[in-house]
Design a protein around this ligand. Structure first.
Ligand SMILES: C[S@@+](CC[C@H](N)C(=O)[O-])C[C@H]1O[C@@H](n2cnc3c(N)ncnc32)[C@H](O)[C@@H]1O
Length: 221
């Protein structure tokens, strides 16, 4: 891709998470992120079982590329969970981004954990290339409450909700070009279509690439 050719990166990379110990994390995503009794099984995907050191190195490599292809003043929004938050904030900065915030996605329907704190949030790390080129003067929230996509309606194992992505895109200018290098079922693409942004998506899995293409041809609500 050309240098300085997109306005923002909005992405949900493989988390390489899903267990306290290495052996649990190395299970395929179809086991880690899907209940065994779910009726419609979704395809697995690759890149989700790196050990911690190679995960940070790998993330730094692609975040550096994302930084190169983003215009000065552009931004990067990247999903992660509580376990990988420290690794990803390191990789974001090692990739050249100026770390500006952690936006919280509060999931009201998270499964309670007996005798412990419920893991009720995922996070969106927000970084900018130099200084954010602001396109409006509205004040955006730092916490978004949004239910997860019901398992029976999911196109991807780890699908993110479209309304959440639409809300995040408010930090980008209308008509902006948005890159998602891990597009999965193209939820970011659908949010871009709904909000008048242009979209570039990259996906390694042929199954999900096909789903993404079909989804982006269809109306997205
Ligand atoms: C967490 S999922 C994204 C899900 C997406 N947000 C959605 O709502 O459908 C990450 C995706 O990245 C893809 N992926 C993994 N490694 C990749 C790579 N090196 N290049 C491009 N895509 C990759 C996986 O196949 C997977 O679909």
């Amino acid at each position: 891709m050309e240098t300085e050719s997109v306005d923002a990166v909005l992405t949900d990379p493989p988390y390489s998470t899903g267990g306290t110990y290495a052996a649990q994390r190395q299970r395929p995503p179809s086991e880690k992120y899907q209940d065994h009794d779910v009726k419609t099984k979704r395809s697995s995907f690759t890149g989700d079982n790196r050990d911690q050191r190679s995960f940070i190195t790998w993330a730094t490599l692609w975040l550096t590329e994302c930084h190169r292809v983003t215009k000065e003043g552009g931004s990067c929004m990247m999903f992660t969970d509580w376990r990988q938050l420290p690794a990803m904030s390191d990789a974001l900065q090692a990739g050249g981004w100026v770390w500006r915030n952690i936006v919280v996605w509060h999931k009201p329907s998270a499964r309670p954990i007996c005798g412990e704190f419920t893991r009720q949030c995922e996070f969106v790390l927000f970084g900018v290339k130099d200084r954010l080129a602001r396109s409006h003067r509205r004040c955006l929230p730092g916490v978004y409450t949004q239910s997860i996509v019901a398992h029976q309606r999911r196109m991807h194992l780890t699908e993110k909700p479209i309304p959440l992505l639409e809300a995040l895109l408010e930090v980008t200018p209308p008509g902006a070009t948005i890159l998602d290098p891990f597009m999965g079922s193209a939820t970011t693409g659908a949010a871009c279509q709904n909000t008048g942004r242009k979209f570039i998506g990259i996906e390694l899995s042929p199954d999900y690439f096909k789903i993404a293409k079909t989804r982006l041809k269809a109306p997205t609500n």
